[in-house]
Design a protein around this ligand. Structure first.
Ligand code: KIV
Length: 277
């Protein structure tokens, strides 16, 4: 059965872990739903793992919409959260219009925004008009260059305190979940116990209320780089190359198609077409 916001609240309350995985299209969404993962994130990591960009920055609203629609078709019974791409929530008006499109046209159940206290007024405006919001703090890939690159955040007292304040501001603004990315385990644990909404960690240790990873990372389909927090559960990229090599060899050697993959004509039809020749 499709999990909804009160289910995530209940899961935190009961100490039941929340699983989240990204998906970007119909087939990946179908597999994630079949595996009964609690919620799908149509992450703007789409830009890197599917569209081949160097970062998430170039991802557009049209791309997020296109992929959210496909995910919704593949996973009709799963709670779908879509990332708002860089600059799509730079002002209140933009945020309202774009989040509205992801929900109304894309079929997302909620949207996710990167940023701390400074983003709280936008979170509040969205939740006030009925758009469920997920926060994302710590390492925020859309603004990674301002953070000095893809680095662990909150390692000193000042930045750790800032992240606690950010998490609280996001919760007070009305978010129902918050993603904690690349922060020390003890800080994630502290934030998790100081919030009443669930935390979802990625590179934030075991003490979060749930975990999220990228589909292509856990299946071994993205080899450009592998952060410490990624666990590969399969090497499908290697298997795919082997399968494609086998196909290529069989075509070149005229070993494919065989009779099994070929349609034929009955002798009677052949006779009428070509006579006795
Ligand atoms: O874009 C994404 O996939 C994300 C997660 C990795 C948290 O934001």
């Amino acid at each position: 059965m499709k999990k909804m916001i009160p289910d995530f609240e209940r899961m935190k309350h009961n100490g039941e872990k929340i699983s989240m995985l990204t998906a970007y299209d119909y087939p990946s969404a179908k597999l994630v739903e079949a595996a009964e993962v609690d919620t799908i994130l149509v992450g703007d990591s789409l830009g890197m793992v599917v569209l081949g960009y160097d970062s998430t920055v170039p991802v557009t609203m049209d791309e997020m919409l296109h992929h959210t629609k496909a995910v919704r078709r593949g996973a009709p019974q799963t709670f779908v959260i879509t990332d708002m791409p860089f600059m799509s929530y730079a002002t209140l008006d933009l945020a309202l219009a774009n989040a509205g499109r992801l929900i109304k046209e894309g079929g997302a159940d909620a949207v996710k925004l990167e940023g701390g206290s400074y983003i709280a007024p936008i979170v509040q405006a969205l939740t006030r008009v009925g758009i469920p919001v997920v926060g994302h703090i710590g390492l925020t890939p859309q603004t990674a260059s301002q953070l000095g690159g893809f680095k662990v955040q909150g390692r000193d007292v000042e930045s750790a305190k800032e992240l606690v304040a950010d998490a609280q501001a996001i919760e007070q603004a009305g978010a129902f979940l918050v993603v904690l990315e690349a922060i020390p385990r003890q800080l994630a644990g502290h934030i998790t116990s100081s919030l009443s909404i669930p935390t979802i960690g990625i590179g934030a240790g075991l003490d979060c209320d749930g975990q999220v990873l990228v589909y292509h990372d856990i299946l071994g389909l993205f080899e450009r780089f592998k952060p410490k927090f990624v666990k590969q559960y399969a090497q499908l990229g290697q298997e795919a190359i082997q399968a494609i090599q086998s196909y290529n060899k069989e075509v070149k050697a005229s070993n494919f198609p065989t009779e099994e993959h070929t349609f034929g004509l009955s002798d009677g039809v052949i006779q009428k077409l070509y006579g006795d020749k």
